[in-house]
Design a protein around this ligand. Structure first.
Ligand code: IMP
Ligand code: MG
Length: 183
């Protein structure tokens, strides 16, 4: 379904080629992911770590669908700067304040593109000796074999530049309630 005029207004007049995942499609899949995660951790006590900024909307919706005790923290990693393609150099700008050792860690990410950001973050997290380490990603462009920790996946994504629902282009478009292909 194409976005209505009110939604297009949120793009500041810049062209959006098409809506790839509508608000309703995202909500349905996030609810299912919540059920999958609830079933996968019968005892709960998860530490959900969101990768900022891209995962903030997805994480906020997802954790409200996980019916287990959990805590939430964040990691800020930056690899893209203002470019549309990955520079490959991952920088950590904020580390979780909560202790990671012995925890069931669930990393929540928006999109796996080259997979380089995730590979480096997984190395960093493994060194903190969690009890378990799994990833829940909303989207995977499948440009590389997925890491073995990718246990929960929302959708496979087209190899296009996507924005909305947390995903940005040079910090714009994160607030769109759907995911769109940018012209
Ligand atoms: P990777 O290291 O190449 O896998 O890049 C992963 C990160 O780049 C994601 O967490 C996003 O923040 C960003 N990214 C990758 N593809 C897109 C896209 O299509 N739109 C917006 N951000 C993207
Ligand atoms: Mg980004």
């Amino acid at each position: 379904m194409p976005p209505g005029p009110d939604r297009l207004a949120g793009t500041g007049g810049r062209p959006i080629r098409s809506v790839v995942f509508s608000e309703a499609t995202l909500a349905r899949r996030v609810e299912e992911l919540g059920r999958e995660i609830t079933a996968a951790y019968p005892d709960g006590h998860l530490l959900v770590i969101g990768l900022l900024k891209g995962s903030f909307i997805f994480l906020a919706d997802l954790v409200r669908r996980i019916e287990r005790p959990l805590q939430i923290d964040f990691l800020v990693a930056s690899s893209y700067g203002m470019a549309r393609t990955s520079s490959g150099a991952v920088q950590l700008r904020y580390e979780p304040a909560l202790a990671l050792e012995g925890k069931h860690i669930l990393v929540v990410d928006d999109i796996i593109d080259s997979g380089r950001t995730m590979t480096e973050l997984l190395d960093w997290l493994r060194r903190r000796n969690p009890k378990s380490l799994s990833i829940c990603a909303l989207l995977d462009k499948q440009l590389a074999p997925p890491p073995k920790e990718l246990r929960f996946l929302g959708f496979t994504a087209p190899n296009a530049f996507l924005v909305g629902y947390g995903l940005d282009c040079a910090e714009d478009f994160r607030h769109l309630p759907y995911i769109a292909d940018l012209d």
